[in-house]
Design a protein. Sequence first.
Length: 364
Amino acid sequence: MKIALGTDHAGFILKDAVTKFLSSRKIEVIDFGAYMKNDEDDYPDVAFKASRAVADEEADAGILLCGTGYGISIAANKVLGIRAVACDTPESARRAKSHNNINVIALGGSSVNPSDVPAILSAWLDTPFEGGRHLRRINKISMAERSTLNAHLSSGGRVVIFNHPLVQHKVGIIRDVNTSVKQFRELLQEIAGLMVYEITRSLPLTAKEVQTPIEKTTVKTIEGRKMAIVPVLRAGLGMVDGILQIVPNAKVGHIGLYRDPETLKPVEYYCKLPFDIEEREIFVLDPMLATGGSSAAAISLIKKRGGRKISLVCLIAAPEGIEKVHSEHPEVDIFAAALDSHLNEHGYIVPGLGDAGDRLFGTK
């Protein structure tokens, strides 16, 4: 096991006790400093270095030391994938590990006696994570942490959850069991159009000269980008028209997959894509990202036929589905209007909206 260790001047009083304890447990230490007491140092510097080592899997976990443990844990939590908590007793360390699965523990030089360090760190290292409902909550935190329109993750694909008021308002209506089939269809199209409008915000533009009724002027036009939308049958069809209203020149492919009710695994029955799919920016449409099996399989089919730049557009996603897609296709961006809690024993998203295909076509 490897531990990333970082301390500022106020936590330096605990460093010797920490290194002796880790040595007694035969745990390798990656020391990011400070190497001597310097009252002018800043805890964010070592916090970022040690935490990035944990996030990049250069270390299995991290220990950070400052005056209270508070500031350095706040800094550590700015690093994607880090769950850092300041602990000052063995019980707080046990609970932070069993409930929150912290991968970085912070200790305060002013609140922790060096003689208490072994008991606190032992409680942290030896306590197993309980999982269950705690895992569901951590997944929610992770998804929120990864939800951004602007920053790519170091591992590749983004997870983007749209919080635009219009999108959230329409998602609220579409969830309602009393919403009619007609309303459901219209809303699904509207939400898909709003999402793609935002997704395409970063398309590159080039200058072009045109003649207006008055004079020549320079305008902006999308720079040679070809687009394709590929709905996963059948529910994905409900998103097509809403997107074509925004991007009318996009080519449309189709992938037919159904979920085996026993295994919950996808079964392919149809695949037809634009002939130049390898040249296009591709948006796979799958309203409900539940287990992720169908979406991941659809992306695999597109890749086998030469598709490279692929994004997944969903109405509602579950953490399990996002994890599945990114485990097989880590570079794929996932866009969703809502991120829900979890899947139930039947593989449905909770709270979700039921079966999108049935509600779209009135078959149930």
